[in-house]
Design a protein around this ligand. Structure first.
Ligand SMILES: Cc1cc2nc3c(=O)[nH]c(=O)nc-3n(C[C@H](O)[C@H](O)[C@H](O)COP(=O)(O)OP(=O)(O)OC[C@H]3O[C@@H](n4cnc5c(N)ncnc54)[C@H](O)[C@@H]3O)c2cc1C
Length: 387
């Protein structure tokens, strides 16, 4: 794969650079990559900046739901990505009482290691004309006297832009959303040689210690599995994350891991959930993906929403962006409304489920609440049994 890499020798901020970098995207995850690809196909001049060196590892279960696969279709990338995936056609959902249900999805999900998914998407964007500058950390959004975003300050210098798209994930240092954060902590690891009941089946385990959230196991290509947990950051158990993870591995995944070898170290990354779409648009700036808190409160699924919001941001940017005035108030409103309409119904349904799972009273109705079918409804969304 060929990368367009601007080296440190290039003088950033000189006139030639400034004119070329009409749209700057911060972050080359699925949000930034999908946005860059859509913009590049539309003929826009786009520069993507990422602090990492690609291909880079991302702390993620790497599960692509049917909705994520639909986004790959929109991007025209399903065939390109297909050789990198392992199918996940079913899930085993297990409640705190130990009740289990095995579900097969009509549509099926894929697991594609993020190290490959993200570099393939951004690679396609580069192939279509986007410029990708790695190992460049954006430190601030540059604002003019009127408070309008006019560019970015980076570890390598200042760059001006007509529009800056923040796709820098969670936690975003550039977010303007002042509403309370609802944070999730995570920890996960990878193993080789795990014994699975079915090679194409994932696991979701709702355990009381996870305070309404769950532990998961997803199969990856090449005989690897990833296992992790999600837990609200305000949960008392979140303070002993590593010890809790070890307890769960010993108690819940002992059979699967009996003959398995760990691959690499455990890793963690926070997620911030949204119950509404906040301030995601200004005249010269848009936010998408996790930088806009677009993550499902129930499953912490975010790849599909990252790609979808990246595509929507690209469409907003390529439809009549006035370089001097930027996006009009109506265009900004349309962007926010479009994200709300597409994503919020799914997020609210998810939040209702989590509230139920966190409720003391509800938990005491163990047999009714944790009936396999109820758990299955959530888990089944991952493999496409319901939407
Ligand atoms: C443990 C865990 C498991 C998950 N599992 C799943 C799953 O199985 N399926 C699913 O759909 N979702 C999952 N998610 C959610 C998913 O990982 C995210 O929602 C998704 O990565 C968001 O994509 P993004 O492009 O918005 O941000 P990211 O993928 O986080 O990309 C942001 C990019 O911005 C770059 N960046 C950050 N700051 C700067 C800066 N200042 N300057 C330059 N570059 C910068 C980073 O290097 C990174 O490459 C999981 C999340 C966690 C934490």
């Amino acid at each position: 794969m060929r990368w367009f890499l601007v080296t440190g020798t290039q003088r950033l901020g000189d006139k030639a650079d400034v004119r070329r970098s009409k749209i700057i995207i911060i972050g080359a995850g699925p949000a930034g990559g999908a946005c860059a690809l859509t913009l590049a196909r539309d003929g826009a001049e786009v520069l993507v900046l990422d602090k990492s060196s690609y291909p880079r590892t991302k702390v993620c279960g790497s599960g692509l739901s049917p909705h994520a696969l639909a986004m790959l279709d929109t991007l025209g990338l399903r065939e390109t990505i297909a050789p990198l995936h392992i199918p996940m056609c079913g899930v085993m959902a297990r409640g705190p009482g130990g009740t289990k249900v095995h579900l097969r999805g009509a549509k099926g999900a894929w697991v594609v290691p993020r190290v490959e998914l993200d570099s393939t998407i951004i690679g396609e964007a580069v192939r279509h004309g986007a410029t990708f500058q790695q190992e460049t950390k954006v430190t601030t959004l540059v604002r003019d006297g009127a408070g309008q975003v006019r560019g970015v300050e980076t570890s390598a210098g200042t760059l001006e832009a007509d529009l800056v798209i923040c796709a820098n994930g969670s936690p975003s240092r550039f977010e303007t959303d002042q509403s309370p954060r609802y944070g999730i902590r995570t920890i996960m690891g990878w193993w080789k040689g795990a014994r699975l009941r079915a090679a194409d089946e994932g696991e979701f385990i709702w355990d009381d210690r996870l305070d309404g959230y769950y532990a998961w196991l997803f199969p990856e290509p090449h005989g690897i599995v990833n296992i992790g947990l999600t837990i609200p950051e305000d949960s008392s158990q979140a303070k002993r994350l590593k010890a809790l993870f070890q307890d769960l591995l010993d108690e819940l995944f002992a059979d699967e891991l009996r003959h398995a070898e760990p691959v690499g170290k455990w890793m963690g990354h926070p997620a911030t959930l949204a119950m509404k779409v906040g301030p995601v648009a200004e005249s010269h700036a848009l936010w998408c993906g996790e930088a806009a808190r677009l993550v499902s409160p129930a499953t912490v699924e975010g790849i599909s929403f990252a790609m979808e919001s990246g595509i929507v941001a690209a469409k907003a940017a390529s439809r009549g962006l006035d370089p001097a005035r930027g996006l009009s108030p109506a265009q900004q409103m349309r962007y926010r409304a479009s994200l709300s309409m597409r994503m919020m119904p799914k997020f609210w349904a998810g939040e209702g489920f989590v509230r139920l799972m966190r409720s003391e009273r509800a938990r005491s109705w163990t047999t009714r609440l944790f009936n396999p079918q109820k758990l299955g409804e959530r888990a089944a969304m991952v493999v496409g049994e319901s939407n």
